[in-house]
Design a protein around this ligand. Structure first.
Ligand code: SF4
Length: 235
């Protein structure tokens, strides 16, 4: 194990850590981070895509008592809310639901109707990016389920990355996993997942901005008809 500074924020520290953990099982990184950060690390899960469910299941199986937060935009599919509830029961955990400061009615009064159609970046900023910043403020590290193969915008994802925006270490234990590996894990361990993924939705977000798609692209169906592919929380 490499010697570590109190915060792994220098490029050399992170390179050393990334090299170390690339040759280790995913569980080793999760256990290391859970032990090192204790209650100072948070796991965010969308209850949309399958990767977050793998991360949740793996950390539960390892007995890591990691705080879990679900960003609720108030515009998610009923299946997504149901999965969050099912995960609460299955893993015996409390999942903190973080909602935007503005209710949908307040947003409509302030910004006008259908902001998601007129200015999706602003809508995502109000309903996702700013609430995430609130969630992360007390923490020193953040577990995320994003993977390199999900999108070109994620192709450089590392296992450990210093996140300047939030001033913390972002840990992506599944960065190098493939879609096939994720589904193999899910079926092997009987992990619950969002049933809409079996109904033509490659990726799941808010109802107004998510559509079924047959395109061979894991982010297809999100903000269809626009160049937007990310809500902004992983940029
Ligand atoms: S995904 Fe769509 S509805 Fe959800 S926050 Fe972003 S723009 Fe708004």
């Amino acid at each position: 194990m490499p010697d570590l500074l109190p915060l792994e924020r220098t490029t050399a520290d992170l390179q050393q850590l990334n090299q170390w953990f690339q040759s280790k099982p995913t569980e080793a990184l999760i256990e290391w981070a859970a032990e090192r950060y204790g209650q100072e690390i948070v796991l965010t899960c969308s209850f949309g895509g399958p990767s977050g469910m793998v991360l949740l299941d793996m950390s539960a199986r390892l007995g890591c008592n990691i705080p879990v937060v679900f960003l609720d935009t108030d515009l998610l599919f009923s299946e997504t809310y149901a999965l969050a509830e099912a995960a609460t029961q299955r893993y015996g955990i409390t999942i903190k639901r973080q909602q935007p400061a503005l209710s949908l009615a307040e947003q409509e009064r302030q910004e006008g109707p259908k902001l998601y159609a007129r200015d999706p970046n602003r809508c995502c900023n109000i309903r996702k990016v700013t609430p995430l910043a609130e969630v992360l403020r007390p923490y020193n590290a953040w577990f995320s389920g994003i993977r390199r193969d999900q999108a070109a915008t994620r192709a450089e994802t590392e296992l450990l990355q210093w996140n300047e925006r939030h001033g913390l270490l972002k840990i992506n234990p599944l960065a190098y996993w493939s879609e096939r590996q994720v589904w193999t894990y899910i079926h092997t361990h009987n992990v619950p997942y969002n049933p809409l993924l079996d109904q033509g939705y490659p990726s799941l977000g808010c109802t107004p901005c998510t559509h079924p798609s047959s395109a061979d692209n894991q982010r297809a169906g999100r903000w269809a008809g626009s160049a937007k592919t990310e809500c902004g929380i992983h940029l």
